[in-house]
Design a binder for this molecule. Structure first.
Ligand code: GLU
Length: 603
């Protein structure tokens, strides 16, 4: 997992490369590096640490019109200067940046070393420049040498390479994302669009198996054999403003505040309150008429959204389970032609989720991806894709994408149930107007939140617990995940009723309990919260103002009154803010928590 950037054009490549790396840093940030062609050779600057550190360590600005850059999230070898990308062959004739894992690197490395090629890093990536050099030494021209090298790689990769003295970039993808950006004689290659959004919004996504050659005259797409393939350019609608922090201190806070907009975008044209139906035109009428069970596969925050969707489906009378994608290969429930497998992944590139999706497809399930990224691998590989339209999310801790995923899954659950029964579910009429007013309800939460005060009041606690029932349960899990991700404090989420089956042993006056009330058996959740309170734990109720829990709780984070299907998502916004302010008080690097990266493209 990492960010790749490449640039060919007039003028110096260094600035667009460094800008690209800064914009991609959310994809990985343990090391960074650039390589630039200066006419007489390749100059490489790389080091462990952040792009900022790389920038300040480049003394004499590198000069050259062609270059590549990389921000790394290590898989093979620790984040040292030597392991940072770009990697080169010994004579620095070939420079390569790579995202992914070369599974047969040991074998390739042994073979190349036996032929006298000297390795200087612990990475799997370093075999690539040596392999290209091996074929150059054998008399191949650059492009066939690159193709030949790529052909020998097993595993997953997005690779961008350059050869000394050429005004050309070579790239290939299998299993890791890569996109070309184009603007008046200037061309980019990158892992993701925000890398070059300041320069162009005209893009072409590579597909698995594509090999691309880019020079100042244009881009040539071929398959591995060298046969031309046609890839259509598209215009992305994100503007550079959207990819910046704006007036907020952190991307996470900005993204929390973007939720009214991102949710409006998600539901626009997809609900029809006047007609009393879900208008998901993404699917033909009756698409789901034959589905007899639904399995969700996802990881992390997306798994919590998937659990939310699965519970919503069960409540709508459709058999459904949510499974961790990384457990799926050892414990998938039986699949048949009438099983629908839904992959939920923000980036559409999550390796664990892709593996589960592919397994489901192999076994004959119908597949659907719910993702934020049009053109992503999961979107392209599934039979169908549904996009949450949340725009780029840069903070590593997912916020707006969770809300949009959960809302879209609420819509989808209703739609699947309607297709199955041949008529809309009975409670849809009450739900639709509430769905329509979700953006406004989130605005209310954001405007009057006491989350900062609550975060400060409990800042010296030993651990933080989150409880919820029904659709409040995935929200409790997500509340705890967010809290631990960005504060590094111990946080756990439980089904309210589970407290007394074990976790109550952890409860002390130093362990605040956030209780989420959604209108589903709230009296039981309140009783569970009181059981914790009796043992000394402060209780923070997340519920509407007129809720009985307000009287009982030590603190209150209010949410507007709404349907049980949606209340948890309003509570989640309060919990996002609590986590954010708690992390801010602790001075944590909120957008880039330690040891984590945004899109997890390794298993
Ligand atoms: N496997 C390569 C490494 O460890 C690339 C990792 C990445 O995608 O950043 O350097």
């Amino acid at each position: 997992m990492c960010g790749i950037i490449g640039r060919v054009g007039d003028g110096n490549a260094l600035e667009p490369l460094l800008t690209g790396l800064e914009n991609l840093e959310y994809r990985g940030y343990d090391s960074a590096g650039v390589a630039v062609q200066n006419g007489s050779g390749i100059n490489v600057e790389k080091r462990s640490g952040k792009v900022e550190e790389l920038k300040s360590s480049i003394g004499e600005p590198l000069q050259g019109e062609v270059g590549i850059g990389h921000t790394r999230w290590s898989t093979h070898g620790p984040p040292t200067d030597a392991n940072a990308h770009p990697h080169t062959d010994e004579s620095e004739d070939v420079a390569v940046v790579h995202n992914g894992i070369i599974e047969n690197y040991t074998e390739l490395r042994e073979r190349l070393a036996a032929n006298g090629y000297e390795f200087t890093s612990d990475t799997d990536t370093e075999v690539i420049p040596h392999l290209v050099q091996y074929y150059l030494d054998a008399g191949y021209d650059s492009e066939p040498a690159f193709r030949q090298a790529i052909d020998e790689l097993e595993g997953s990769y997005a690779v961008t390479a350059m050869v000394s003295g050429e005004h050309v970039l070579y790239a290939a993808r299998r299993g890791s994302p890569l996109v070309v950006g184009m603007e008046d004689g200037e061309y980019f290659l990158a892992s993701d669009v925000p890398a070059f959004l300041e320069y162009t919004d005209s893009v072409i996504y590579l597909e698995d198996g594509d090999v691309v050659v880019v020079d100042e005259d244009g881009v040539e797409f071929t398959d591995l054999e060298g046969d031309p393939v046609v890839r259509e350019p598209e215009t992305v609608e994100w503007d550079p403003e959207q990819a910046g922090k704006g007036t907020y201190d952190h991307f996470m806070l900005k993204e929390i505040h973007e939720q009214p907009t991102s949710l409006s975008q998600a539901i626009e044209g997809r609900i029809d309150p006047a007609g009393g139906r879900i208008a998901l035109a993404d699917f033909e009428p009756g698409t789901f008429a034959d589905v007899d069970s639904v399995q969700f596969v996802a990881c992390g925050t997306s798994y919590h959204a998937a659990l939310y969707g699965s519970l919503a489906l069960n409540q709508a009378g459709v058999q459904s389970t949510a499974l961790l994608a990384n457990e799926y290969s050892v414990s998938a429930p039986p699949i048949d032609d009438d099983t629908l497998v839904i992959a939920v992944t923000q980036s559409g590139e999550t390796a664990d989720t892709l593996t589960a999706l592919r397994r489901a497809a192999r076994e004959g399930a119908a597949t659907l991806t719910l993702t934020n990224v049009v053109g992503s691998t999961a979107a392209r590989e599934a039979d169908d894709a549904l996009f949450i339209r949340a725009g780029p999310e840069i903070g590593v801790a997912a916020t707006k994408t969770f809300s949009s995923q959960a809302v879209m899954l609420t819509l989808l659950a209703q739609r699947i149930a309607a297709d199955l029964r041949g008529e809309p579910p009975a409670d849809l009429e009450a739900l639709l107007p509430e769905l329509e007013s979700m953006p406004a309800a989130i605005d209310d939460v954001l405007a009057g939140s006491a989350a900062k005060t609550v975060a400060r009041r409990y800042s010296d606690s030993e651990a933080y617990f989150f409880i919820g029932r029904g659709l409040g349960y995935p929200v409790a899990l997500e509340g705890a995940l967010k809290f631990k991700e960005i504060t590094y404090e111990h946080a756990e989420g439980f089904a309210s009723g589970e407290l007394k089956h074990g976790p109550l042993a952890l409860v002390t006056p130093e362990t605040p309990v956030f209780a989420i009330f959604t209108g589903q058996e709230d009296e039981k959740t309140l009783k569970n919260a009181e059981e914790a309170q009796t043992r000394g734990a402060p209780v923070i109720a997340v519920c509407p103002d007129d809720h009985p829990a307000v009287e009982v709780a030590d603190d209150h984070l209010p949410i507007p009154d709404t349907e049980p299907d949606l209340a948890g998502l309003l509570a989640n916004v309060q919990l996002q803010l609590v986590s954010y302010h708690a992390a801010d008080l602790l001075g944590r690097p909120i957008d880039k928590p330690r040891n984590l990266a945004k899109s997890v493209t390794v298993e």
